[in-house]
Design a protein around this ligand. Structure first.
Ligand code: URA
Length: 202
């Protein structure tokens, strides 16, 4: 199966799955965008507007994310964006650890198909999944390499919506993304199995 076919199968599996959140939401929300993008953005989970429209980051936080990538000259169809969980939790509450576990295989498949050069973790929940034990205020704006993957942590756009100070930090952090992408190409290779987290760049 080629990558496009694998991706379409994944989208179908996400749309048809049953999980503990599925009965309480309108629809599952698969990732969206360009599967050849070198950058994958990962948020927490669909909110009300995403649940209604079936697309990630199309509500108020999504507008801010579009503004942030727009500053880099990108549109949403240029990059790939997804969430840790694909179904909206009731009243937008934080996802439970068990719900994150249920959805983990979907995100792993997305990562396997897209193989992004850089994974941008939007907010605490996405960060906790990949870099457990870290504090977002301490590591935002920095890139970490763990095994074969490189992560860049930023505040969640929803957190920056009503706080101009966080918004300017978020916008400044996004401006580092194209610089990071250029630097990643020049990094020495690392064994996929190497588990310790290396701070790289910034
Ligand atoms: N917040 C998220 O984390 N994901 C979305 O899709 C929308 C808002």
């Amino acid at each position: 199966m080629d990558r496009q076919a694998e991706f379409e199968k994944l989208v179908q599996d996400i749309k048809e799955h049953t999980c503990s959140l599925r009965a309480g939401c309108i629809q599952a929300v698969p990732g969206d965008g360009n599967i050849n993008s070198p950058v994958m953005f990962i948020g927490e989970g669909p909110g009300r507007v995403e649940d209604e429209q079936g697309k990630p980051f199309v509500g108020p936080a999504g507008k801010l994310w579009e503004e942030a990538i727009g500053n880099l000259g990108w549109k949403r169809e240029d990059v790939y964006i997804t969430n840790v969980i694909k179904c909206r939790p009731p009243n937008n509450r934080d996802p439970l650890a068990s719900e994150v576990e249920e959805h983990k295989p979907f995100l792993e498949r997305e990562l396997e198909i897209i193989k992004p050069k850089l994974i941008v973790l939007l907010g605490r929940h996405a960060m906790q999944w990949f870099l457990p034990g870290e504090k977002i205020s301490a590591i935002r704006g920095t890139a970490k390499r763990r095994g074969g993957r490189i992560y860049f942590v930023v505040y969640h756009p929803a957190a920056a919506l009503y706080d101009p100070k966080l918004k300017s930090v978020l916008m400044a952090d996004f401006k580092k993304i194209p610089i990071l992408l250029k630097k990643i190409d020049k990094l020495p290779p690392i064994e996929e199995t190497k588990k310790e987290i290396q701070a790289i760049l910034f």
